[in-house]
Design a protein around this ligand. Structure first.
Ligand SMILES: [Zn+2]
Length: 220
């Protein structure tokens, strides 16, 4: 395992993975009031996605998590409170993930096994702290920063880079201490444009665990 963290650069794009036109849409920072709108759109387009959950946001969102799984999507861990993991002790890092994993299990009966560090910030020590946890790290290859931009800009950024094997990072929630836009309607609008383009180009979104590039990405 190399120590290079996942970056936002296009060079990290895992690229074509065979004849299948599959990629993964992923969503961070939920569950939230916007998650059901994301789920509606995904259902309409028969798309599947992976949702990286914040443990602190689960209370009250249990039904949303259940629905997410019922509709064939995947739940992953994004930490409890969206800290910079590199600033925490090993114990605190493990606690961020374990608590979130437990809360998801309590709500749904399912044990999540993929994780994505907040801000994509993980270093050697963070990864070592989680080495025995059985978690698989997920990066991304297209990060439009949808939480800052109007829908058209986010959609154009993603559409320009769409290709088989891509991992797209969008946001269905908002960490409590976030300086990002106060709501996610731009993301919902952008998602619709992206899904329309994918249909046009015969690209299909699958959950990350079904994307064979996950292992490659996780090793970065
Ligand atoms: Zn996040």
């Amino acid at each position: 395992m190399s120590s290079l963290p996942p970056t936002y650069s296009d060079e990290m794009n895992p690229g074509p993975i065979g004849e299948e036109n599959v990629l993964s849409l992923t969503f961070d920072d939920g569950p939230s009031e916007w998650t059901p709108l994301v789920l509606d759109l995904l259902a309409e387009h028969r798309a599947h996605a992976t949702f990286f959950i914040l443990g602190a946001g689960i209370a009250g969102g249990e039904r949303t998590l259940e629905r997410t799984l019922e509709e064939g999507h995947e739940l992953g861990l994004h930490s409890w409170s969206h800290p910079h993991l590199t600033e925490l002790s090993d114990l605190e890092i493990r606690d961020q993930m374990r608590r979130t994993q437990k809360a998801i299990e309590c709500a749904t009966g399912v044990v999540a096994h993929v994780w994505r560090p907040p801000y994509f910030k993980a270093d050697k020590r963070v990864r070592r702290a989680l080495a025995d946890s059985g978690l698989v790290e997920a990066g991304c290859s297209i990060a439009p920063e949808d939480y800052h931009w109007p829908a058209e800009r986010t959609a154009a950024f993603v559409i320009k880079r769409l290709r088989p094997g891509a991992i797209v990072d969008l946001h269905d929630g908002r960490p409590s201490h976030s300086g990002s836009a106060p709501e996610r309607s731009a993301t919902i609008e952008a998602l619709e444009l992206i899904l329309e383009e994918m249909k046009w180009r015969d690209l299909r979104s699958v959950i990350l665990s079904q994307l064979s590039t996950l292992e490659i990405d996780a090793a970065t």
